[in-house]
Design a protein around this ligand. Structure first.
Ligand code: HEM
Length: 545
């Protein structure tokens, strides 16, 4: 009904043209000519107009609006390396109408991730993707100081007591998984010829969500994992894709499923909270829900049930793909490196071997003290960090440091308000100028505590400058060439949990399985995070002890 006047206006406008018998030819010609004109004008403006020296150079592109979307989207590493060669460490590229200014190198990352709140804003860069999935009132749907408080609440739940309880729970889940999941259960004998195979990313996704729900998410979520919750998760996850990032709302079934699932999942958590309050049970819960129920903001306001529900969804989504992809990459690399598998296994025997030849269960404290295991996780996150691009929106014109990029000394670049900034610590993590054999997966680089890598790691996690952004004292880490968990005020709060989850699973999997594969598959960048491309099968058999 509302559209009627517009349709009528359109009809009146088109009538004289449609009266012309040649209108189809004219229409086709215009449809062909307009894009050509747009491309010609776009190219001419880049080649002929003098460049504004106050702004970083713009990557040359043929098609307006689309810009460099294809080159960046297909292989961001290749794109960043070749643009760095052409334009220096600072350049702007067009990504579906958005102006993305990339600042490479440790100093570039520091400028973006350590940027002032008055200049850079993560909320404006991410909210259109995350708020429809997480729900309102949390993370990037609230002002930054509220997010910092919410991170404080979550950190409170990610404590040593809880981690101690999680190690045993994860071990239980893994045992159950290997004995019940068809891919693994069919190969129990460990005989010489009893080799099976599994899709590394699919199986690790399942194991990650099972262990995260048993630990962080709580028993109610775990008990629904094989039932309704799994479907809700799938539908919600279908709304957390690069398409959703570029186009927050399209009239597509996946967007409708996302919105329905968000509401249903939010209600699901709110119901759990209400039931827990009503039951007044004395049972101690080590999960995040229990912890969030006790938290209040600095002004005294307690967290509402909706906020808790939406924080829980945010944690589920933030931890799922990052950890499952990391698990898959760890296993794929181990599968092609039997020597590293053996070193991990020997480490287990050394620490947990019983006189009768069996290996006892590890504890949280013991897992933290296994250098080979640690080095495998660190190295995997160096070569295959799940997030290749960290973004911020520029909210007031931002002069960059004079030394950044190919700017002339007397005229540093100014990134205009409205541009997006893109930090890519993934590039410094494999920069040949920083690392020996930088493209090689070589865990041994971390083991010597006096190595450059170990020193960088210590600075990123412990010895570097510490800042309290409102969620407790953390290593700032913004200038580190190694930062798989980001840095500054938006630094990941799941790092320790991820190490507990990954460490426990890896240690125990290496005890139980021998794995092999011909090669590590290439990165797939068309997913929201960097996943292994298919085929990504690992051949395995039960370890004979
Ligand atoms: C933020 C990586 C696991 C919760 C981040 C950021 C990175 C990252 C790079 C910074 C994003 C930015 O600056 O734009 C990882 C990796 C993980 C992992 C590599 C696993 C291997 C987890 C887990 C949780 C989690 C398990 C939850 C339990 C968060 C949250 C933020 C975040 C809430 C947002 C912080 C903010 O914007 O202030 N993560 N993450 N992450 N991560 Fe993680």
């Amino acid at each position: 009904e509302q559209a009627k006047p517009y349709v009528e206006q359109g009809r009146v406008f088109l009538e004289p043209y449609l009266a012309n018998p040649n209108w189809p030819i004219i229409a086709v010609t215009l449809a062909l000519v307009f894009p050509i004109i747009a491309i010609v004008l776009n190219v001419a403006s880049q080649l002929l107009l003098p460049r504004d020296r106050t702004k970083p150079p713009t990557v040359f592109h043929l098609i307006p609006f689309i810009g460099s979307a294809v080159a960046y989207g297909m292989d961001p590493y290749k794109f960043f390396f070749s643009m760095r060669e052409k334009y220096g460490e600072v350049f702007t590229f067009i990504l579906l109408g958005r102006k993305m200014t990339v600042c490479l190198g440790a100093k570039g990352t520091n400028t973006i991730l350590g940027g002032k709140l008055s200049q850079v804003c993560a909320e404006d860069a991410y909210t259109h993707l995350t708020t429809p999935v997480f729900g309102q009132g949390v993370v990037y749907d609230v002002p930054n100081h509220i997010l910092m408080e919410q991170k404080r609440f979550v950190k409170f739940g990610l404590n040593t007591d809880n981690f101690r309880a999680y190690v045993g729970m994860i071990e239980d889940e893994l045992d159950h998984f290997l004995n019940s999941e068809p891919e693994f259960a069919a190969y129990r004998k460990g005989g010489k010829e009893d080799w099976g195979h599994f899709d590394a990313f699919e199986q690790m996704s399942e194991l990650t969500i099972l262990t995260a729900s048993r630990t962080l998410q709580g028993k109610e979520v775990r008990s629904q994992m094989d039932k309704t919750f799994a479907q809700l998760y799938m539908d919600l996850d279908g709304g957390f894709t690069p398409l959703n990032f570029m186009f927050p709302n399209l009239p597509l079934p996946s967007y409708r499923r996302r919105d329905k699932a968000q509401k249903a999942m939010s209600d699901f958590y709110v119901n759990i909270l209400q039931q827990r309050r009503a039951s007044k049970s004395d049972e101690v819960e080590y999960d995040m829900l229990a912890s969030l129920m006790d938290q209040s903001y600095k002004d005294g306001r307690v967290l509402s049930d909706r906020e808790i529900a939406h924080i829980m969804i945010a944690l589920l989504m933030a931890g799922q793909h990052t950890s499952s992809a990391t698990m898959a990459w760890c296993l794929l690399n181990l599968a092609v490196r039997p020597d590293v598998q053996q070193a991990m296994y020997d480490e287990q025997v050394k620490h947990f071997g019983a006189p009768n030849g069996t290996l006892r269960s590890p504890t949280f404290e013991e897992l933290k003290d296994l250098p080979v295991l640690d080095s495998v996780i660190r190295e995997t996150l160096r070569v295959h960090p799940p997030l290749h691009s960290l973004m911020r929106k520029v909210i007031s014109d931002m002069p960059l440091p004079a030394t950044l990029g190919n700017a002339s000394e007397d005229q540093p670049y100014i990134v205009p308000k409205g541009n997006f900034l893109l930090a890519a610590p993934c590039i410094t993590q494999i920069d040949p100028a920083i690392w020996t054999n930088s493209f090689e997966w070589d865990p041994s680089r971390w083991v010597d505590p006096n190595s450059d890598a170990a020193r960088m790691y210590a600075e990123y996690t412990e010895t570097g400058e510490k800042v309290d952004y409102g969620f407790g004292l953390v290593s700032k880490g913004t200038e580190s060439p190694y930062q798989p968990f980001g840095s500054g005020r938006h630094r990941c709060i799941g790092e320790q949990f991820a190490y507990v989850q990954l460490g426990t699973l890896l240690a125990l999997i290496v005890r139980k399985l021998e794995m092999k594969a011909d090669k590590v598959p290439p990165h797939n960048y068309t997913t929201m995070i960097t996943t292994p491309s298919k085929p990504r099968d690992i051949t395995f058999r039960r370890r004979q002890v």
